[in-house]
Design a protein around this ligand. Sequence first.
Ligand code: 13P
Length: 261
Amino acid sequence: MSLPLITPNTTVLRPLIAGNWKMHGLRADGLALASALVELQRSEGVRNYEMVLFPPATLIGAVEPVLRDSGVGVGGQDCHSAERGAFTGDVSAAMLADLGCSYVITGHSERRQHHGETDALVKAKATAGLRAGLSVIVCVGETQAERDSGEAKAVILRQLAGSLPDGSTGDRVAIAYEPVWAIGTGLTATAADIADMHATIRQALADLSTTPDAIRLLYGGSVKAANAAEIVATAHVNGVLVGGASLKADEFQAIAEAVSR
Ligand code: 13P
């Protein structure tokens, strides 16, 4: 089936550059990384992108004061779907907001894979994030086996329909397409594959959002300074969700510079 021609909106939406630190760093590491990045950001002129860091929950309280007033935002990597309650070890969206977070990621493949998170749970978490006043990045992505069996698009469309909060609009919701086989492997989807999947997602949003063209679509999976410019120049790519390369201030800053060129 050929897709109808949709005007790429990469130039219209402000790119989002998100750094997911995952479960890396003790306090000294987080402070050093955030401080180094703020220093690099200081020499930036007008930034035509938005940058947000997602430290482990234990580091948010330490990192947030370093980022405050720097123009770099901070967010949580996950949240519980409930506002409060007897949920040992969990963190609510309101707690993230209370720490100064403006974002939360939900449905990362590592949560889906290692914690058995379903689309319904991802949706409930994203909805909780919105309720707490946060913006959310909802992640979707197919495994290698799903891609090999030709199911990649069906998987992504099912995850999208099941995971996006009702009434998702571009001012508060972004979607990250992160093929599981490209995460932490050094393998990146080809520009053609990214363009194809992002166009599919954009088209599906017509049924899922009243502002389908305003929702930023990020790509994630082995993004680094050397490939960021090509990825963000791809139609319907409005930013990147970066794992490993966000743990080095120079490399993450170089990604931002590549995106803003
Ligand atoms: P890598 O950039 O390390 O492949 O991780 C991607 C990712 O999972 C970001 O959320």
